[in-house]
Design a protein around this ligand. Structure first.
Ligand code: B12
Length: 298
């Protein structure tokens, strides 16, 4: 499913461009902004209509809400966002994260989301790549460990701020518990899992990094989660992580919860203690796993 083929109606185009619907109507009538007319006469916009409009606009201080425009570089960023040029945006976002610019990084994420790119696409094609690149820079000695911390915490903070913007269905289907093992600090992938599942209509219990296993059964009793999603990136103490997995798998069996896992740490975990419903490798995979009707339609 590619968002680039999506049409926007006048209201959506107005929201993206930061103007009101009557201006959209006037500009299309004047030919300033191109569109397609449906059989019923309604205006429909493709990404390139909006991107071309931005390109032809020579007023730099516009009210483009996709990305706040203050200079010509910003105008260009708006175009890259609308076109979904993730390769370009990766480097731009990395610069923002390296300089701890959470607000501007949030604007990039938010801009892509407002331009109707699905979250899973933004997370696979931009955020995951950005985090992997940060890891590579550190491995190559091109940034210090402190810079790596700043960069990845900036990404994490911006993602958390994005959560306030994401559309969340009011009606919840069931509970999902999202956790890391008790010595795991890597929880950014899990945060993104949280966003995708919450926007798919689940109620999320996010205990995140270094989740203690003491009294974990109480959570199963209280919330009866339909799914338990565990993320593991680094297995620090193999015996301990294995025990925790076995305990969680046992609780899933007892309470009828389904297990879903992700992350490279699971290469070191023996999964035989439980029935794992999903071993998830990407956010697009996760989205399809929890929204199977979408795959059937395609
Ligand atoms: C950010 C980061 C940190 C941050 C974490 C901050 C935080 N709050 O998350 C900090 C600085 C704390 C950190 C610490 C450490 N880190 Co670190 N870290 C990273 C970094 C740069 C990014 C990790 C990340 O978020 N990746 C992005 C996610 C989205 O991608 P992913 O993990 O590949 O996950 C994909 C799938 O597996 C799936 N997925 C993952 N989880 C889940 C869960 C579910 C439920 C589902 C459905 C799917 C899913 O989705 C992703 C999309 O494809 C990586 C570099 C890298 N290559 O990833 C190193 C990296 C993971 N860290 C590493 C190491 C060694 C450490 C430390 C041990 C360093 C140290 N000596 O102290 C500690 C470990 C601390 C601990 N006890 O956990 C190594 C791991 C090597 C290994 N496999 O053993 C890496 C690869 C760096 C390296 N090249 O050496 N780290």
């Amino acid at each position: 499913m590619s968002a680039k083929l999506q049409y926007f109606n006048s209201q959506e185009a107005a929201k993206i461009l930061g103007i009101n619907v009557s201006t959209i109507k006037r500009w299309t009538d004047e030919g300033k902004l191109k569109c397609i007319r449906s059989a019923g006469g309604h205006r429909k916009f493709l990404f390139h209509h909006l991107a071309d409009f931005l390109e032809n606009q020579n007023q730099v201080k516009s009210k483009v809400s996709i990305f706040p425009v203050e200079n010509t570089t910003d105008l260009e960023i708006s175009r890259y966002i609308l076109k979904g040029d993730f390769d370009y945006l990766q480097d731009f976002a990395l610069e923002l994260a390296l300089s701890c610019d959470r607000n501007r990084l949030l604007q990039v994420f938010k801009g892509l989301y407002l331009a109707q790119f699905p979250l899973h696409e933004i997370y696979d094609k931009l955020v995951t790549k950005l985090l992997h690149k940060t890891g590579e820079l550190w491995e190559q000695g091109r940034i210090s460990v402190a810079q790596e911390h700043i960069t990845t915490q900036t990404v994490r903070d911006s993602l958390i701020r994005l959560q306030a913007v994401i559309n969340i269905p009011a009606k919840k289907s069931s509970n999902i518990m999202c956790l890391n093992f008790s010595d795991e600090l890597h929880d950014i992938a899990l945060k993104m899992v949280d966003h995708i599942l919450e926007s798919s209509g689940y109620n999320i219990l996010f205990s995140g990094q270094i989740t203690p296993m003491v009294d974990i059964e109480q959570l199963f009793e209280t919330f009866q989660p339909e799914y338990v999603c565990i993320s593991s990136t680094v297995v620090w103490d193999q015996k301990k992580s294995q025990q925790e997995f076995d305990e969680l798998a046992g609780l899933c069996k007892k309470y009828g919860s389904k297990l879903c896992i992700g992350g490279s740490g699971f290469e070191k975990i023996d999964l035989t203690a439980g029935r794992v419903e999903g071993i998830i490798e990407s956010f697009s995979h996760l989205y399809l796993f929890f929204n199977p009707e979408i795959e059937e339609k395609n």
